[in-house]
Design a protein around this ligand. Sequence first.
Ligand code: UDP
Ligand code: MG
Length: 136
Amino acid sequence: MSNIEQTLSIIKPDAVERNLENEIKTIFQNNNFKILKEKKLKLNKDEAEQFYKVHETKPFYNDLCEYLSSGPIIVMILEKENAIKSNRDLMGATDPNKAENGTIRKLFGKSIDKNSVHGSDSPENAKIEINFFFKT
Ligand code: UDP
Ligand code: MG
């Protein structure tokens, strides 16, 4: 049975800063993702804290929110068969040093914090995250 899903992808500040937007979008398109909606914006610290609220008890939370709000980001709704897992596979491991060859994080990530992309990790979170940026 087909399972077309939508997931939220973010091109993070370290990648936008290095002008990797088009290269990363091309990778998504070459892997059969449709970019349904996209926009460029900059979050403030409060908004980044809200977006990453699931991580609020983690030691890296403050730095993470500082970083996500440090510069422009590109947010996109990606659609594909099993988009959520497919995007996580294409992104690679959180730590670029541990990511598989050919993944976005292996190609472009600089470190575990500056790892170039975000992707929703479950159908529930995909809904919440899409709504966060694209509430109609
Ligand atoms: N992160 C970090 N230090 C860590 C773990 C995570 O700076 O030890 C950052 C990293 O940018 C990661 C984000 O926090 O992308 C969210 O962490 P998560 O475990 O959800 O990883 P992801 O789902 O992005 O792979
Ligand atoms: Mg995550």
